[in-house]
Write a protein that binds this ligand. Structure first.
Ligand SMILES: Cc1ncc(COP(=O)(O)O)c(C=O)c1O
Length: 408
């Protein structure tokens, strides 16, 4: 990365004049804590006492036997407090906000996991909190909205545009421009203007640091491949960064939706539908038309349907260091079902993209090979979508009964 936050031409900070000093203040504060071993120590302490770190690296013996190929390990980010890797980033930014002396935080959220994590952090640190969420996501991730509100956050349903994550980000930036003196924007993924991609990756890198140490201690050698799903790119960057300088193949799995030829997906790095552009304050691959208008995206996973992607991952695509694949909604539901049955684990729909691709490739590897799949979050939040995908009659009856009780 160069001093202006570019990764071989991707990234940068395309921000309105009015926000320049806020970004300078943030960059300065982040550089200070990055070089302060005391801050990292404080961060590690809060993550272990509040969020169950280090998270385990679980050997998936039943799945390994089922596929008969590589030994499969699962990095358990689902065991973080609030159920996903998002906690790693928000607690880090929370400590930073404390140092900067600000009293209010805002955030965007898609699946709601980042919103719940931010609202939790705000409750813990005593900050005022507003969460922006597309109206479509509010409807499909209602349980997370419920918890954000209980945690004391104000949840604003964004009605602009396609009413999903990118629209929530736009609205959060609008708020920040008006309230920058008192407010910090806790961006939830490794995207956005510099220094967010670097900063979010820095906080998420705890995943890769732990996973590398754990696999060496358990197996005495490095994995052949590491798999992670890619929304904005934070859990992928988190685990990949631990293995970046090793002879380990890194595989990022995007939302293939209804298929890459259907036009109904959210694949920016392995479909022909994305191109390089500047939006939302940074330069990367976007799903956009020839006029630069953002396309509609689709994924069964609310956290993977973002139009842009981390500029660091765009750079790693160009250098070939990371291989990008896509998993379709159907493959994702099958992989989720198999993981539940074979290992008793319930990965989030987002994480299940990484599982789906790993399951396709595991049988082709030898029994001496190891693979690690990053389980970025737990699937409880997806119960409505998953029950629909499985056409569960008992669940449907329960919902109808509940609706009747409310209408009575
Ligand atoms: C469980 C889970 N995994 C993955 C993601 C995708 O985000 P990222 O690519 O930043 O890890 C989300 C986003 O909401 C999520 O909730």
């Amino acid at each position: 990365m160069d001093s202006r936050g570019y990764y071989n031409g991707f990234g940068g900070a395309f921000i309105p004049e009015i926000l320049v000093s806020t970004f300078e203040e943030l960059s300065k504060a982040f550089q200070e804590v990055k070089n302060d071993p005391g801050f990292w120590q404080e961060y590690k302490e809060i993550m272990s006492s509040y969020s169950c770190r280090p998270t385990p690296l679980t050997f998936a013996g039943n799945l390994t036997r089922h596929f008969g190929g590589a030994r499969i390990y699962i990095k358990r980010e689902d065991l973080n407090h609030t159920g996903a890797h998002k906690a790693n980033n928000v607690m880090g930014q929370g400590l930073l906000v404390q140092r900067m002396g600000k009293k209010r935080v805002i955030a965007e959220t898609g699946a709601g996991q980042h919103g719940v994590a931010t609202a939790t952090m705000a409750a813990r640190f005593g900050f005022e909190c507003t969460i922006y969420m597309g109206e479509v996501d509010v409807a499909r991730q209602r349980p997370n909205v419920f918890w954000m509100e209980r945690l004391g956050a104000k949840v604003v349903a964004v009605k602009d545009g396609t009413r999903i994550l990118k629209d929530a980000i736009n609205e959060a930036f609008r708020d920040w421009v008006t309230n920058m003196d008192t407010t910090h924007y806790v961006l939830g993924t490794a995207c956005g203007p510099h220094p967010f991609p670097e900063m979010v990756t820095y906080f998420q890198s705890i995943i890769g640091k732990e996973a590398r140490k754990q696999i060496l201690s358990l197996e005495g050698k490095l994995p052949a491949r590491v798999y992670a799903c890619v929304g904005g790119g934070s859990n992928a960057m988190g685990i990949f960064s631990g293995f970046m300088d090793d002879p380990v193949e890194l595989v990022g799995v995007e939302a293939g939706g209804k298929g890459l030829d259907s036009g109904r997906h959210a694949s920016r790095l392995c479909s022909k539908d994305a191109s390089i552009g500047v939006a939302q304050g940074y330069k990367t691959y976007f799903l956009q038309d020839s006029d630069g208008q953002m396309k509609e995206t689709h994924s069964i996973a609310a956290g993977l349907d973002y139009v842009g992607v981390s500029p660091i991952l765009s750079h790693l695509k160009e250098t070939g260091r990371v291989r990008f694949e896509a998993a379709t909604d159907k493959e994702v539901v099958e992989a989720l079902s198999l993981t539940i049955r074979k290992e008793g684990l319930i990965p989030a729909l987002e994480s299940s993209h990484a599982f789906a691709r790993a399951y396709q490739e595991a049988p082709c590897l030898s029994q001496q090979d190891i693979i690690i799949i990053n389980q970025s979050g737990r699937g409880d939040k997806d119960i409505f979508t998953i029950a629909d995908a499985f056409s569960d009659p008992g669940w449907k009856e329960f919902i109808i009964q509940k609706a009747e009780e409310y209408n009575a």
